[in-house]
Ligand binder design. Structure first.
Ligand SMILES: [Zn+2]
Length: 263
């Protein structure tokens, strides 16, 4: 998309998780993508108009990028079924078609003026990027020092650290050998300085994310890439640990953990 212009913007419905902003297609059409970046779980396309096209995959959203678009043939029931959830179709001047498909429709597409991005209700409040230098044990500790919530929920809070979801919160806590149920504030001193646990956790978050990104580029993407996620009832992989991975519910989300080595 970078460097290409939007030749055509097709919306197949009025909303995703929220309605498309007024004039959505009109404000995008004819604009060139200056850069495609990411902040937390948001994809941001910077447009030549000064608008930012902000996109979020939600739970089930994904993009299909094709050089030859798959045209929906109305009389082909298989194609119709597969493409039923194609909600937005961008035709780029490069000849590529970028289609947003989202069966559960928790995804988001919004337009935000570049100079308003820091005031945006979600993006403006995001915490530091976990793989950046701006994120370390010190920053993590200071951000959770006053939190009276469990450590797992604090990690899911995008204002503490950006971009960590349910799976990688569980994975990082297992690597750091920290219980998902302990109070978030226990990894910081009263003054907000990092304890050893905060150092382990900050390191674990970076390790887990870097490994996931490396695996995304290999064939092992889906196969056995997690330590605890969906490994309920299996032996813990921590060396020397004889625990069994358990599953619990926290704020409506499943947490996988080892009750023996995670303290
Ligand atoms: Zn264990």
């Amino acid at each position: 998309m970078t460097g290409a212009q939007f030749d055509r913007v097709q919306l197949n419905r009025r909303d995703l998780r929220q309605p498309f902003p007024a004039g959505f297609a009109r404000r995008i059409r004819g604009q060139t993508v200056r850069a495609l970046t990411r902040r937390g779980k948001y994809l941001v396309a910077e447009l030549s108009s000064g608008d930012n096209l902000v996109m979020h995959l939600g739970m089930s959203g994904w993009f299909r990028v094709e050089s030859t678009p798959t045209v929906t043939r109305r009389r082909d029931p298989d194609v119709d079924l597969e493409h039923r959830h194609d909600h937005v179709v961008f035709t780029m001047s490069s000849g590529m078609t970028v289609t947003f498909n989202d069966p559960r429709r928790f995804g988001i597409m919004d337009l935000v003026a570049a100079d308003r991005l820091t005031e945006h209700a979600s993006i403006g409040k995001l915490g530091p990027e976990p793989l950046s230098r701006a994120f370390d044990a010190q920053v993590l500790a200071s951000r959770v020092a006053k939190r009276r919530v469990s450590l797992k929920l604090a990690l899911l809070d995008q204002q503490v650290v950006a971009g960590i979801g349910n799976i990688y919160a569980s994975e990082a806590l297992h690597v750091a050998k920290l219980s998902p149920f302990r109070l978030a504030s226990t990894i910081a001193t009263a003054a907000g300085a990092p304890r050893d646990s905060a150092k382990r956790l900050a390191r674990a978050i970076k390790d887990v994310l870097r490994r996931a990104i490396a695996m995304a580029e290999s064939d092992r993407y889906r196969a056995s890439r997690f330590r605890v996620y969906e490994h309920e009832g299996e032996r813990c992989v921590t060396p020397g640990c004889r625990g069994t991975i358990a599953r619990a519910w926290q704020a409506g989300r499943s947490t996988f953990y080892c009750p023996v080595c995670q303290r």
